[in-house]
Design a protein around this ligand. Structure first.
Ligand code: GDP
Ligand code: MG
Length: 360
């Protein structure tokens, strides 16, 4: 997408070069030659204008990639201990201990290990959140922790979560929870998962299984080790420099500070003062805070950060892109708002047609 020329865009969208040039002039941009690369913002605006769905993709070609922490989502059946496990993990973080255990609930948190390694956890458990993010193109999760209660065993939502992870091609690490209970039967859970086709490492596969208790904190270090190992196998890397891309995991309106968005940086570095477009909203980053509420000047890959300075409230799953100027930010935000409205009307009219059809 980045550096695409008008000629290439015409080929991709099936719209004539002349028409594309007209649109570009209409959005107030100069057209030099149809062989000159377009800016990513203009390419997106023009694509939306001709009704083509686009996904921004900055090229990592020639960029310096650095190792980055994994972003993990916890999934599993209701009451199997997802929330308890996240709370317990949160408390294991070195930083959380330093800050007196007080961490904000921002939709994500980082567990820092004494070794210096860290893992980012999304705080919204459940496959609904996972699927919603994915449906909006936000492939933020690197690893899924599949929580299965050792007493209850595999249940319908366990299988659903498993299927979601597999469809998304996201590796699973199994956490058999509630192992403190007398009725716990982790061996039965292993057999059940194996029967469902999960290739556990005990059986020669590559899915790691860890026995834990969110209640007694048993095995949490083993779970963290397993996640670090999985991350190492995946060789997760990100570009640190250049245009930043991030995804919103949670957004809320603060009475004093206005719209706040927690975002996870995918690549590049977010910094104060940058103009950003978030979904169909825009703003200029006034401040960035980490999950302990500390002000920081920038956000690096896999880091959840709270961004202040947006004009409106974005939604979970929205992308955050950095643009050059306020004018660009407004333009892109307007373009996206128009596109959303168009899609909404289109959907509404389709629904109307369906209703009419069934009434006959
Ligand atoms: P979620 O619905 O998956 O988020 O599950 P919760 O975290 O809300 O836990 C459901 C219930 O199981 C709560 O009553 C927890 O206290 C309990 N629970 C969670 N983890 C453990 C555990 O490791 N051991 C025991 N004994 N109970 C647990
Ligand atoms: Mg819960």
């Amino acid at each position: 997408f980045e550096g695409m020329t008008i000629v290439e865009l015409a080929k991709r969208t099936g719209v004539s070069i002349r028409h594309l040039q007209e649109i570009i002039v209409n959005v107030g941009e100069k057209v030099d030659s149809e062989f000159d690369p377009l800016s990513i913002d203009i390419a997106e605006l023009v694509s939306m204008e001709v009704g083509v769905n686009v996904r921004r993709q900055h090229s990592d070609e020639g960029a310096v990639l650095q190792p980055r922490p994994a972003v993990v989502t916890v999934m599993g059946h209701v009451d199997h201990g997802k929330t308890s496990l996240l709370d317990a993990l949160r408390q294991t973080s070195v930083a959380a201990k330093e800050a007196g255990g007080i961490t904000q609930h921002l939709g994500a948190f980082v567990v820092e290990m004494p070794s210096g390694a860290s893992i980012t956890f999304l705080d919204t458990p459940g496959h609904a959140a996972f699927s919603a993010m994915r449906a909006r193109g936000a492939a933020v999760t690197d690893i899924v922790v599949l929580v299965v209660a050792a007493d209850d065993g595999v249940m319908p939502q366990t299988l659903e979560a498993m299927a979601h992870a597999q469809v998304a091609n996201v590796p699973i690490v199994v956490a058999i929870n509630k192992c403190d209970k007398p009725s716990a039967d982790p061996e039965r859970v292993r057999i059940q998962l194996g029967t469902e086709g999960l290739l556990l490492e005990d059986l020669g596969g590559d899915v790691q299984v860890v026995q834990v208790s969110a209640k007694t904190k048993l095995g949490l270090d083993k779970l963290e080790e397993a996640l670090l190992l999985q991350a190492e196998i995946m060789d997760l890397k990100a570009r640190i420099d250049g245009p930043s891309q991030a995804y919103v995991v949670e957004a809320r309106l603060d009475r004093g500070r206005g719209p706040l968005a927690t975002a996870i940086v995918k690549s590049g570095t977010l910094a104060c003062g940058q103009y950003i477009v978030v979904g169909s909203e825009w703003g200029r980053i006034r401040s960035i805070r980490d999950m302990l509420g500390r002000a920081t000047s920038s956000g690096r890959p896999a880091m959840p950060v709270e961004i202040e300075g947006l004009k409106g409230l974005p939604m979970a799953g929205d992308d955050v892109v950095v643009v050059d100027s306020e004018e660009r930010a407004r333009m892109l935000s307007n373009g996206r708002k128009k596109k959303l409205e168009k899609d909404r009307l289109l959907k509404a009219s389709e629904e109307r047609i369906e209703i009419e059809d069934t009434s006959e």
